[in-house]
Ligand binder design. Sequence first.
Ligand code: ARG
Length: 287
Amino acid sequence: MKKRVLAMVLAAAMGTAMLAGCGSSSDDTAADAASTAASETEEAAETATSEAEAEDGETAETSIEKIVFATNPEFPPFEFITTDGVIGEYDGIDMAIAAEIGERTGVEVEMQSMEFDSLLVALQNGQIDATIAGMTVTDERAKTVDFTTAYYTATQVMIVAEDSDIASAADMEGKVISVVQGYTGETVVQDLGYEYQAFKKGTECIMELLNGKCDVVVIDSATAEKYLEDNSGLKIVEDEEAFGAEEYAMAVAKGNTELLDLLNNAIEEMLSDGTISELSAKYIDGE
Ligand code: ARG
């Protein structure tokens, strides 16, 4: 059934809109990924509903009534778990963007949690509709899924001990390098030809560094800044030549143009009206 939604709304009218009815806590929802998409009554996943109401706005047609997103909430400031997040326990830039997409389109938004490595597989299997996970667009990934318009630009950086002599990517040669498995940080180090150890989470890499078990962690810039806020004795080393710019985008299953269009419209609108910059500033600088 076609559902009329108000897709284009005034940012000012929506800026402070709050989500309601999503305060219940839930356990990890990854295991339920396969079943939740089909069941509205499943209580495992956090849901954010909204009625997008605006005085001014164009209407758009969509038959989409619900978007089942998945993320890997171990990537502050983009996604992390907290007691009172913007979508249930989920909080961060991406989570606020997903909630805002629900607000603007009137489509129900659900968030699931899974390993980063499982996200694209879950998309291909039809377990979820979209990913929102600070995920960098790469040619390799674009072979298996369709990426939306990019909404954030990042780069890889090195986190080292304050007294480290590592000043460039080339200085990592012969050092003990930690990366997160499946992240672009791993690819970058592979491409440089260095050996490394891979962990499941960024925080595990940081523990290795703090315990003197490794010399450097390669990870995305904004996440690195967050880890520095939480841990003393560390510094960030950049190398623009070695680490190029990376673009974060959402992904949908190949050929899912209806959802891709809906997401792209919302993203482009939030880019041009400043919503994404505002949300980024809020979570990055606490503004
Ligand atoms: N940008 C990196 C990548 O695409 C890391 C993303 C990690 N995201 C997460 N939600 N854990 O590989």
